[in-house]
Design a protein around this ligand. Structure first.
Ligand code: 5HY
Length: 250
């Protein structure tokens, strides 16, 4: 099977890191295609950045052509609902994937993300997914997303210190890493802290394989229905949906 893994920000080094983590998790018969949009923010840190990455996600899906599944590799699951409208194939968000797998191995988990401004969106998603009762706390490690790309930065140390606080104070039984840019840190941090540490990229790739292997497709009878045919004006004209005509439409 072929999985398109989309890093919604425009930092190629993070796309490469995400792609490697996805390939490490993938089964022998799974091909990973890791991409990022050419336009948009270099990192997603809060609600304002998020809005500018969604058209790029849709554009990358269109550019890649038919894939067996898609992974949205931003921990906020940015654009996940829109992406599910754009295809019948499974679309898995790394945040949602990591949350669900954490509930299978721990009573309570904590999330350790980057900056404080990223916390509300993650808390909102936990409520939306019905999993907020299983999350002890969403913590910020005070690390800018792109610091995770800087060799020699103290980003890893700060993430590790926040994990220690989550284990000690929240009594977290597992840790979910709250940024795709942390994808290469899960194994070492798990060994260091003696608790399972989950990377959403690996979780999402495996769930995409499972959902696809079960023959499950995104439901088209509700909110994820194929977009109605209409002509978008201006800049977004190339993204105009042509999938479904409303009754009576010409
Ligand atoms: C991510 N931002 O996974 C999120 C994490 C965050 O550019 N990739 C980003 O800090 O919100």
């Amino acid at each position: 099977m072929r999985i398109l893994v989309i890093n919604p920000n425009t930092t190629a080094s993070m796309t490469d890191k995400i792609g490697k983590a996805a390939e490490a998790a993938a089964s022998a018969g799974t091909e990973i295609v890791a991409v990022n949009p050419k336009d948009g923010p270099p990192s997603i840190e809060g609600y304002f950045d998020e809005v500018f990455v969604v058209p790029g996600i849709i554009a990358e899906m269109a550019r890649a052509g038919e894939m067996d599944a898609y992974v949205i590799a931003c921990f906020d699951d940015t654009g996940l609902d829109a992406a599910r409208c754009a295809t019948e194939a499974p679309v898995i968000g790394i945040g949602e994937a990591a949350f669900h797998l954490a509930t299978l191995i721990a009573g309570k988990f904590s999330v350790v993300t980057t900056l404080g401004r990223s916390v509300p969106a993650i808390e909102h998603n936990l409520l939306k997914y019905g999993l907020s009762t299983r999350c002890a706390k969403v913590r910020a490690s005070d690390v800018a997303v792109l610091d995770l790309e800087l060799p020699g930065s103290d980003a890893r140390r700060k993430v590790s210190a926040e994990i220690a606080r989550a284990v000690a104070e929240d009594k977290a039984e597992a840790i979910v890493l709250g940024c795709a840019g942390m994808a290469d840190l899960a194994g070492q941090l798990s060994r260091e802290h003696g608790v399972p540490v989950l990377d959403g990229v690996a979780c999402a790739v495996k769930l995409a394989e499972i959902v696809s292997a079960l023959g499950l497709r995104t439901s088209k009878v509700g909110g994820y229905a194929t977009p109605l045919t209409k002509r978008f004006a201006g800049f977004y004209a190339p993204l105009s949906p042509g999938g479904e005509k409303r009754a009576g439409a010409v």
